[in-house]
Design a protein around this ligand. Structure first.
Ligand SMILES: Cc1cc2nc3c(=O)[nH]c(=O)nc-3n(C[C@H](O)[C@H](O)[C@H](O)COP(=O)(O)OP(=O)(O)OC[C@H]3O[C@@H](n4cnc5c(N)ncnc54)[C@H](O)[C@@H]3O)c2cc1C
Length: 394
C-alpha cells in the first residue's frame, strides 16, 4: 500500500491507491468506482493542512494534470482556473491579462482547490478569504457526473451547492475547476518594523484601518513584535525582490513568503474587538506555563465574509496562530490555547489543528445544518467523507 504524508510529516495515510488524474471525466470515473465499491475517495492538494482532511484507506486523488488558467473574462474580471493549480503559478498568468487574486495567504504553495477547501486567507480588514471569491465550481461527483454550479445557477439546488462548496472541505466531490472573482492587477509596497508588543497591540486597529494589509508576529519570552503593513503602490517593481518587509512588486510577488521550517499550527479567528484581550491571555499562558516555546504567535486582521463554515462568516476577525516545531510535542500547548480561544468565541481554521467534535463545530457555525444537507444530497453514499469528517457528521 502506498504511503502518503502531509507537509509537516505529522499526518500519514495508507490508501489502497494513489491516483493522478488528467481530466474531469477521469476524476468522475474514479469517484463512481469508489462509490460502487463502498470505498472512500479524497482529493489532495499540496498536503499543507495540519488536520487529517485527506487521509483514508481507499483512494487519494492528485489533480496534478488539472492545472492552469482556463477561460478569462476581462470585463467581468473572472477566470475559470483548474483546481490542481498551485497558487504560485497563477500570479504571472493572471497579470498578463491585467487581473489578480484580491488576496492570498502567507505562502503560495497550496493548490487553488486545497486553499478554498479550508477558507485559506491572508490579511486585510477590507479583504476576504479565498473561498469568498469563488463564483463557480466544477465537480466530479460520486454518481460519476461532472457538474457545474455557480452564483448564476438558476436551478435552486445548484445555487445552494455553489454557496456551500465555496468552503468545501473536499466533501462534495472532486473539484476540477473553480471560477474566481478577480480584481485588476496591482502592485504592492511592504513596510516592516520592530516594536514592543504593547505598542503594537495599542496601534493595531489604527494600522488595520490605514493599510491594505497588517499583521505581526510576537516572539514569546520577549516584548518584541515584528510588524508588517502592505499597501498598493504606483511605484515600479524593484528586482531582485528585497527581503520580506521591504519588497516592492506585483501582488503575487509581495504577498507570499518563504516558510520552510516544518511545524504544526493551531489558528483561531477571534472577533476583532476581543482579539487584543485574547492575545494578552495567550501571552500570559506562554509566560506562566509554556516558557520552553519559542515559536512566534501570529496576529492578522481579516474582513468578514458570507461563506458558510468560514471562521470569519459575518464578522471582522483577528486570526491568532500558535506554532510548534514538527519534532516537538504540541498537544498540551495547543489544548491550553484552544481553551482560551473558545472563551473568546474563536472559530478554528479548518486546515490547522483543533480538537473539537461535531457538536462543538455545529455550535460555532450558523450554516452547519444547511451545509451538511447540501453535502449529503450530492454525495449520499458518503464516498467523499474520510474518518475525520465522518466523526464530525455523526
Ligand atoms: C507553511 C504553511 C503556511 C500556511 N499559511 C496559511 C495562510 O497564510 N493562511 C491560511 O489561511 N492558511 C495557511 N496555511 C494552511 C493552508 O493554506 C490550508 O491548509 C490549505 O487548505 C492547504 O491547501 P493544499 O493545497 O495543501 O490542500 P490539502 O491540505 O492537500 O487539502 C486540503 C483540503 O482540500 C481538499 N482538496 C484538495 N484538492 C481538492 C480537489 N481538487 N477537490 C476536492 N477537494 C480537494 C482535500 O481533500 C482537503 O480536504 C498554511 C499552511 C502551511 C503548511
Amino acid at each position: 500500500m502506498p504511503k502518503w504524508q502531509n507537509w509537516s510529516g505529522l499526518i500519514e495515510a495508507r490508501p489502497s491507491s494513489y491516483r493522478q488524474v488528467y481530466s474531469a471525466q477521469e476524476a468522475a470515473g474514479l469517484a463512481k468506482r469508489a462509490a460502487q465499491t463502498g470505498q472512500i475517495i479524497r482529493a489532495v492538494g499540496s498536503g499543507h493542512s495540519h488536520q487529517d482532511l485527506v487521509g483514508n484507506d481507499g483512494t487519494i486523488v492528485d489533480l496534478i494534470g488539472l492545472a492552469g488558467v482556463g477561460e478569462i473574462d476581462t470585463a467581468e474580471k473572472t477566470a475559470w482556473i483548474f483546481a490542481g493549480s498551485k497558487i504560485h503559478t497563477l500570479g504571472a498568468a493572471l497579470c498578463t491579462a491585467g487581473l489578480a487574486l484580491a488576496n492570498q495567504g502567507d505562502i503560495d504553495q497550496q493548490t487553488l482547490a486545497g486553499a478554498t477547501a479550508t477558507g485559506t486567507h491572508g490579511t486585510g480588514l477590507k479583504l476576504r478569504n479565498l473561498s469568498s471569491q469563488v463564483v463557480g465550481v466544477e465537480l466530479a461527483t460520486s454518481e460519476g457526473e461532472v457538474i457545474e454550479c455557480s452564483a448564476d445557477s438558476s436551478d435552486p439546488f445548484l445555487h445552494k451547492l455553489w454557496r456551500a462548496s465555496r468552503l468545501h472541505l473536499g466533501a462534495f466531490g472532486i473539484v476540477t475547476k473553480i471560477k474566481m472573482q478577480l480584481v485588476e492587477s496591482y502592485k504592492l509596497a511592504e513596510t516592516g518594523w520592530q516594536a514592543t508588543l504593547d505598542e503594537t497591540l495599542e496601534q493595531f486597529e489604527k494600522l488595520c484601518l490605514e493599510h491594505r494589509h497588517c499583521e505581526f508576529f510576537w516572539f514569546p519570552q520577549t516584548d518584541k513584535a515584528q510588524v508588517k503593513c502592505i499597501d498598493e503602490t504606483q511605484a515600479e517593481p524593484s528586482y531582485p525582490l528585497a527581503e520580506e518587509g521591504s519588497r516592492v512588486g506585483w501582488n503575487y510577488e509581495v504577498l507570499p513568503n518563504h516558510r520552510p521550517v516544518k511545524h504544526s499550527e493551531m489558528e483561531y479567528s477571534v472577533p476583532f474587538e476581543r482579539a487584543i484581550d485574547c492575545m494578552k491571555d495567550i501571552q500570559a499562558l506562554l509566560d506562566k506555563d509554556f516558557r520552553q516555546i519559542k515559536w512566534p504567535v501570529e496576529f492578522r486582521g481579516q474582513g468578514a465574509d458570507d461563506v458558510a463554515l468560514s471562521p470569519a462568516c459575518g464578522k471582522d476577525v483577528v486570526t491568532i496562530s500558535v506554532h510548534q516545531g514538527a519534532e516537538e510535542e504540541d498537544e498540551p500547548y495547543f489544548r491550553a490555547c484552544e481553551e482560551i480561544f473558545l472563551s473568546y468565541d474563536g472559530k478554528p481554521h479548518w486546515g490547522k489543528v483543533n480538537y473539537l467534535n461535531g457538536e462543538q463545530m455545529e455550535s460555532l457555525h450558523e450554516g452547519w445544518g444547511s451545509w451538511w444537507e447540501v453535502r449529503n444530497a450530492i454525495d449520499p453514499s458518503k464516498t467523499f467523507l474520510n474518518y475525520y469528517l465522518r466523526s464530525l457528521s455523526d
